[in-house]
Design a protein around this ligand. Structure first.
Ligand SMILES: Nc1nc2c(ncn2[C@@H]2O[C@H](COP(=O)(O)OP(=O)(O)OP(=O)(O)O)[C@@H](O)[C@H]2O)c(=O)[nH]1
Ligand SMILES: [Mg+2]
Length: 229
């Protein structure tokens, strides 16, 4: 794979208490992106996430208190848009679950098309490694709800791997500070009639990500947050 730095893409990485993993995630991203284009948003972590991220030379922003993944993404996107050289924004999780190879494919596709946004999907192909069955079931229910709610025929929901062009990012203003922002983005695609597609996203379920990740109870919270917005 070509490892020349990709100049006009900013990578927004929301990070909350990812001290054990953040350095590794950024180091991998640095093989493909210039460090200044890696925008890490430390979401009020109480561990050493900020120090670890800063030591890598990436651009690190910090929320003084924990605001949630949606708020962290919006902070990163706003900062990326303040840079005139940025044409595309990739969102990429800090916890090591996302695959750079999938992200690069998505970037290639968006730069060679006139799509506004490309969404990573765990279900387009079987690309979710070791996903627990309980999680699969919850996500399947979430997808049905999301299809009805957004009117988009998506095959996945609440997947943090996506790439958008500048125009779409400028039109977006994430209001849901927590995890329901993913549905908000889909609703926004519909609202502004954006051009979109999904591409397969390899997602790794590791002991670390599962210890830290979203619980089943939180899936119910997200649904409730979406219904009463
Ligand atoms: N849980 C959580 N994550 C946050 C927050 N702010 C930023 N993040 C980051 O958002 C990314 C996704 O969070 P996860 O909790 O792993 O959510 P997920 O990947 O959708 O869910 P899992 O598949 O269960 O891991 C990670 O990089 C987190 O560090 C927050 O307030 N809470
Ligand atoms: Mg995760």
């Amino acid at each position: 794979m070509n490892r020349a730095p990709i100049g006009n893409v900013a990578v927004v990485v929301p990070a909350y208490n990812e001290g054990p993993k953040i350095s590794e995630t950024i180091t991998e991203l640095k093989s493909f992106f210039e460090p200044r284009n890696l925008i890490i948003v430390d979401d009020g972590s109480s561990d050493h996430t900020f120090q670890e991220a800063t030591a890598t030379g990436a651009s690190v922003l910090r929320h003084p208190i924990n605001l949630g993944q949606g708020a962290a993404l919006q902070t990163g996107i706003t900062y990326a848009l303040s840079r005139n050289d940025i044409e595309y924004i990739l969102t990429f999780d800090a916890d090591g679950q996302h695959s750079i190879e999938s992200a690069i494919e998505m970037i290639k596709e968006i730069t060679n098309s006139n799509l506004d946004i490309i969404l990573g999907s765990r279900f387009l192909e079987e690309t979710a490694k070791n996903m627990p069955n309980k999680k699969k079931l919850i996500l399947r229910l979430g997808i049905i709800f999301t299809r009805i709610d957004s009117g988009l025929k998506v095959t996945d929901t609440h997947n943090g791997l996506r790439v958008m062009n500048r125009k779409f990012a400028q039109s977006l203003s994430i209001k849901h500070s927590g995890m329901a922002h993913a549905s908000e983005i889909l609703n926004h695609i519909k609202a502004v009639n954006a051009t979109w597609k999904e591409l397969p996203a390899q997602i790794y379920y590791t002991d670390y990500s599962m210890r830290k990740g979203q619980s089943v109870l939180n899936a119910v919270n997200i649904l409730t947050e979406m219904m009463y917005r």
